[in-house]
Structure formats: structure tokens, C-alpha cells
Design a protein around this ligand. Structure first.
Ligand SMILES: Nc1ncnc2c1ncn2[C@@H]1O[C@H](COP(=O)(O)OP(=O)(O)OP(=O)(O)O)[C@@H](O)[C@H]1O
Length: 351
């Protein structure tokens, strides 16, 4: 039915068999970019021009030249809903990886409406510089660079009131024009949801060998509903789901050690949803004051004094190791060695 409707609206021969309802046709200027293209299996091929044999989009190729081989692992950090801790996970993952001085790490914050990486990495007063080879990231450490639209706003309180096209244009520029050099990891903090910017991000990276997406949720059904959509979006766009991490899952009282579910998992939480949707579950991170304090102060939660025993830190540490195993940077035996190595606790195992 959907395909029939589609075919009525587009010139003969231009609509793929499995096209989504409202397909504008593979030759159209809006091919792969129209609202109706969201979730269509041909979206990336149409957007790149491949479906119409127009040849791939030159920007997609330019991004691939920059990132495909120079950056070993590219991980998108996604969430269905805002405020679930996506930027916190992206920032702490970057900080934890870069604690291993043999790893070069970049954090690209393309959450254009709520850029928080500069604050979470403690570099909000820095400015981005332009060089002959592109924009230079701001360096938190010698082996940790960050790029965010937050650096380009005149003041911290300025809002970005841009239409979708301009936002997606900026994301494209960030992917194409930031000179990261060689990296072991590029962590991309994406906008929440499955918005236009989000779709463009995946399209723009279509030729860059992205490892996959790490999806952050809270235990509540309101967040899980959106995560299911996010997982379906990943499937349709050919993005591997590296796993789902359940953030803010319980609060452990520092006085009595009792655990309270602040965000009640009414439908069984993320673990059950992962089983139902057949995607990896990467574990829980509790609500932990040491995590929010580290984010506020722009520091690594792993290196803050007195945090070693806090439940959130242990959970984040396990997550970092699981992510490294999932992308093939560590094997499981190296992870078990981690338990006896203090340095390895922040993912500091030679790769
Ligand atoms: N496990 C946690 N324990 C304590 N505080 C947390 C935890 N995770 C996140 N937070 C806090 O929750 C707030 C929201 O987190 P964050 O900004 O990372 O969410 P987000 O999903 O990136 O939001 P947005 O999509 O709106 O950018 C922050 O103040 C952060 O410090």
C-alpha cells in the first residue's frame, strides 16, 4: 500500500521497490533529504547520489578522506530524549580513554542546540583557531581534543536559533573541516532524537566506517519509547548499535548504601528492552553526585580524589572497557587483567 502510494507521486522508474511513502524519487534534489526519506532503507544512497548514479556526494567523500583511515574508531553517542546523560557519557568516555596516554582521542560535540562539551571538559573559555588544514580542535590534554559549537558563541548564554538547514550545514562543516590529525577514537556527541540534524550526521558519515552508536537512556518508559525509535533508526540507516547504557539507574545513598530507583523502570528498564530488541545491553550507571560534580567542574570523574569507590565511577569504568571490547580495541582477557591494574581501570590498557 505504502509503495503504491509512493509510486503514484513520483515519475516512473525513479522510485526504488522498497521506497518509503512519499518518496520524491531518486533523481530529485531532495532525494534522501525530504521528511518522507527518514528511515527509508535507500536514504543514504539517495542522499549521496549513488541511487541516481549521480556519483557520491563530494562532501561525504571529503569527510571520508578526513576520517576513514586517520581515525581508527568512530563512535556516535545518541539518546532518544534530551537530559538523559548523553553528553556526560560522551565526555567521561573521552576523558577515560585519553587517560591512556597511548590513545589519541577527539570529542566532537554536534549537539548544536545544547553544546555542553566545553563545560564538561573544563575548556569553556577557549577559542577555536583556523589553520591551513582546517579548524584546530581545542586541546584539553595533548591527546584529547574537543570541537563544539559552544566555542563559537559570543557568550555562554547565547542561544542558537537556526533553522534545520543551517544546523545541518554546520554539522557537515564540523565533520569535513576539523583537522583532528590521526586519532584512535573520535567520540561524536549527537543531537538527541532522530531529528534532521541527526539524519544528516549519519548520511554524512556514510562512507567513513563508523564503528556504531552507543545509545544512552534512563530506566523510564518515557525515555525507552524514544530509544526504541532510535534503535530502529540505526537499523534503517545501517548504523550498528554498539549497545545501550542505562544511566541514572538508581541512587545509592552514601550514608546507608541503600539503592532507590529515582526513575522507576515501569516496563522492566533498558535490560529487558535490549533483550526484546536484540541489541547489546552495556550496563547501568547510577545517579551519583561525583558524576554531576565532575561535569560541573569540567573534570574527569576518574581522577577526582575520593571518587574511586563511588558506584558511578565503577559503572563508568566497566562501560569504557566494554566499549573498547565491542569495537575490537581490547579483547576480553585484557579486560580481566584490568581488575588488577589501577591504570587500566580507566581503560588504560595498551592497545
Ligand atoms: N549518572 C549521573 N549521576 C549524576 N548526575 C548525572 C548523571 N548523568 C548525568 N547527570 C547530570 O544530568 C544532567 C544532564 O546530563 P547531560 O547534559 O549529560 O544530558 P544530555 O542527555 O546530554 O542532555 P541534552 O540532550 O539536553 O544535551 C547534567 O547536569 C549531568 O551532570
Amino acid at each position: 500500500m505504502a509503495v503504491e502510494e509512493t509510486r503514484k507521486g513520483a515519475p516512473q522508474g525513479e522510485v526504488p521497490e522498497d521506497a518509503a511513502t512519499g518518496c520524491p524519487g531518486v533523481e530529485a534534489d531532495t532525494a534522501g533529504k525530504a521528511d518522507s526519506c527518514a528511515g527509508c532503507p535507500n536514504q543514504a544512497a539517495c542522499a549521496s547520489g549513488e541511487a541516481a548514479n549521480k556519483g557520491p556526494d563530494p562532501d561525504v567523500l571529503a569527510i571520508a578522506r578526513r576520517l576513514k583511515t586517520a581515525v581508527k574508531h568512530k563512535i556516535l553517542v545518541l539518546s532518544g530524549k534530551g537530559g538523559v546523560g548523553k553528553s556526560t557519557v560522551a565526555a567521561q568516555l573521552s576523558l577515560a580513554l585519553s587517560a591512556n596516554h597511548s590513545l589519541d582521542v577527539g570529542l566532537l560535540d554536534v549537539d548544536v542546540c545544547g553544546p555542553s562539551a566545553p563545560q564538561m571538559l573544563g575548556v569553556s573559555d577557549e577559542e577555536v583557531r583556523m589553520s591551513n588544514s582546517g579548524w584546530s580542535p581545542v586541546y584539553v590534554e595533548e591527546n584529547l581534543g574537543v570541537m563544539s559549537i559552544g566555542f563559537m558563541l559570543p557568550t555562554k548564554d547565547d542561544a542558537i536559533i537556526w533553522r534545520g538547514v543551517r544546523k545541518t550545514g554546520l554539522i557537515k562543516q564540523f565533520l569535513r573541516d576539523v583537522d583532528w590529525g590521526e586519532l584512535d577514537y573520535l567520540i561524536v556527541d549527537a543531537p538527541p532524537g532522530t531529528s534532521d540534524e541527526h539524519i544528516s550526521l549519519v548520511q554524512m558519515l556514510a562512507e567513513s566506517n563508523v564503528d556504531g552508536a552507543l545509545i544512552v537512556t534512563t530506566p523510564q518508559e518515557v525515555s525507552l519509547i524514544d530509544v526504541r525509535k532510535e534503535i530502529n533508526f540505526c537499523r534503517k540507516s545501517g548504523t550498528r548499535v554498539l549497545g545501550v547504557v542505562e544511566n541514572m539507574a538508581g541512587f545509592v545513598c552514601q550514608h546507608c548504601q541503600g539503592c532507590t530507583d529515582i526513575f522507576f523502570p515501569s516496563s522492566g528498564g533498558a535490560e529487558r528492552m535490549c533483550k526484546e530488541m536484540d541489541v547489546p545491553y552495556l550496563g547501568k550507571i547510577p545517579l551519583d553526585p561525583s558524576i554531576s560534580r565532575a561535569g560541573e567542574l569540567g573534570r574527569s570523574v576518574f581522577q577526582e580524589e575520593g571518587n574511586a569507590a563511588s558506584p558511578g565511577v565503577g559503572a563508568l569504568r566497566k562501560l569504557v572497557a566494554k566499549v573498547r571490547v565491542t569495537v575490537g580495541d581490547l579483547n576480553k582477557s585484557e579486560v580481566s587483567d584490568e581488575k588488577s591494574s589501577e591504570a587500566a581501570k580507566v581503560g588504560n590498557v595498551s592497545s
